[in-house]
Write a protein that binds this ligand. Structure first.
Ligand SMILES: NC(=O)c1ccc[n+]([C@@H]2O[C@H](COP(=O)([O-])OP(=O)(O)OC[C@H]3O[C@@H](n4cnc5c(N)ncnc54)[C@H](O)[C@@H]3O)[C@@H](O)[C@H]2O)c1
Length: 442
């Protein structure tokens, strides 16, 4: 990185030391001083699983220095440091408090791979400290937090990539080209299914002592105080409302994002019709629902979402997937493949459209990271900016809120940020943060 840019970073960061207090707006974007050959200095916050995978994709580009690893679990930090040393010959600083990461003036961007309840605060603090952000999906654990994050990215002119990596996968890029190019005719319906065993949660265990090396209070952060329980901790937190939204939000944001992309929708839904239940006989550690059916009526098409946790099968022998249904044909896709099934034209005695197939798709995290790094340099919008992350997240959160308050039909007024037909639902729009943490103000 050239020296003038580093100087600018130093100057900006001085004013940004009061993390959590939105005081500094970078006076200019830094891109003009970012040469294409410059390496990007990143830190990873939340290192155990997905975050580390995303960091590795950054390092694999050869264009990134890992300056710091941050986690509240010492065991995770030690293990990941060894891996970064061995595989990339780099020695990042180990940091337990993410605010210390943001104080480091030489860090350009952070990757946030923590549980969902931390995404908002960390993203807003990182933006206000002048860092670009790759934040994992779902963008946040509530609608209110998503709204704050959208504002923060704008206010501080930051590049933000939300981890909905299918936006950079060949399979879904092809699908969108086929749909938008008219190959399936007028789109009328998108059917989505997501069935995964893990959606039932972990095995029930008693509350127990906090494992050595873990700062559990900082893991909880803004979430309400609760005794330590292994089944609510690493990995399995996603089935508890304070930290995640269950299978509905875990896979829902990825898949609903594809349905919204067909028409480039970034609006929240106006109406959501939800059935939810806990119908599995297996008793597992979970607050979220194991069975859900959600209908999202749109102006000129409808999205149907069908979720069954505890099984791994679904249509076409796949655990998850989408059917894009048009007048001329149906396109069926998952991350690895797609197939366009033409409708038959009885009069012309032939298919209404061309049959198309592709089978060699792969997970597209690397492409998503490449896009993030390119945007850090060009200062252009990422392929999944906060507006798109918010749209997908709001869809899943409204369905979860409907399920939690037992209101089958919820009507949402996005301009006024409230449900118009259920006061109880309005209580779940924005979380109450546990002191001393404060919901960020932007
Ligand atoms: N895009 C994808 O395909 C994809 C796949 C899996 C997970 N994810 C997302 O990635 C995120 C992480 O999921 P995971 O499965 O890796 O969870 P995980 O529980 O395995 O890892 C989370 C890590 O964050 C750490 N952490 C918690 N609070 C922290 C804090 N205050 N400061 C620093 N570190 C903290 C934990 O100690 C843990 O090491 C979630 O938002 C999840 O939805 C995305």
């Amino acid at each position: 990185m050239n020296p003038s840019r580093r100087n600018f970073l130093k100057k900006s960061a001085v004013a940004a030391t009061a993390i959590g207090v939105a005081t500094v707006i970078p006076e200019k974007v830094w891109s003009s001083e970012f040469a294409p050959s410059d390496k990007v200095n990143v830190a990873l916050i939340g290192c155990r699983n997905m975050g580390f995978g995303i960091l590795k994709h950054h390092l694999d580009t050869g264009m990134v220095n890992c300056i710091a690893l941050c986690d509240v679990d010492e065991n995770v930090l030690k293990e990941k440091l060894e891996s970064v040393k061995k595989d990339y010959n780099q020695s990042p600083e180990l940091i337990k408090d993410y605010r210390k990461v943001l104080e480091r003036k030489d860090i350009d961007a952070v990757i946030i791979g923590t549980p969902d309840h931390w995404h908002c605060l960390m993203t807003v603090d990182a933006c206000s400290a002048g860092k670009d952000v790759y934040v994992e999906k779902p963008m946040a654990n509530t609608i209110g937090e998503c709204n704050i994050m959208v504002k923060a990215a704008k206010r501080y002119s930051r590049i933000v990539q939300v981890g909905q990596q299918q936006r950079n996968g060949k399979v879904f890029i092809d699908c969108m080209n086929l749909i938008k190019g008219g190959e399936i005719g007028t789109l009328r319906k998108v059917n989505i299914w997501a069935n995964f065993n893990y959606g039932l949660g972990a095995k029930l265990v008693d509350d127990g002592p906090v494992p050595a090396g873990v700062d559990y209070n900082s893991w909880l952060g803004p979430a309400q105080e609760r005794p330590f329980n292994q089944a609510r901790f690493h990995g399995s937190w996603r089935h508890f409302w304070d930290y995640g939204g269950g299978l509905m939000s875990d896979w829902g944001v990825h898949l609903i994002d594809m349905a919204l992309w067909t028409k480039d929708l970034v609006e929240a839904p106006k109406k959501v019709i939800t059935y939810a239940g806990n119908l599995s006989k297996q008793k597992m550690a979970r607050e979220t629902f194991d069975t859900m059916n959600v209908i999202y009526p749109k102006d000129d098409f409808v999205i149907n979402y069908d979720l069954t946790a505890g099984i791994q099968q679904g249509p076409y022998n796949t655990a998850y997937g989408l059917q894009f249904i048009g007048e001329k044909g149906m396109l069926v896709a998952d991350r690895s493949k797609y197939h366009l099934y033409p409708e038959w034209d009885g009069e012309k005695k032939g298919p209404k459209t061309e049959e198309v197939s592709f089978e060699k798709g792969h997970e597209s995290h690397r492409e998503h990271v490449d896009n993030f790094l390119a945007c850090i340099k060009s200062r252009e919008k990422t392929s999944c900016p906060p507006e798109i992350g918010r749209a997908a997240a709001v869809h899943v959160h409204i369905a979860n809120i409907a399920a939690r308050v037992g209101q089958d039909v919820l009507e949402w007024d996005d301009a006024n940020n409230r449900f118009t037909n259920c006061e109880k639902a309005n209580e779940l729009i924005t979380p109450v943060y546990r002191a001393p943490w404060k919901l960020p103000q932007v």
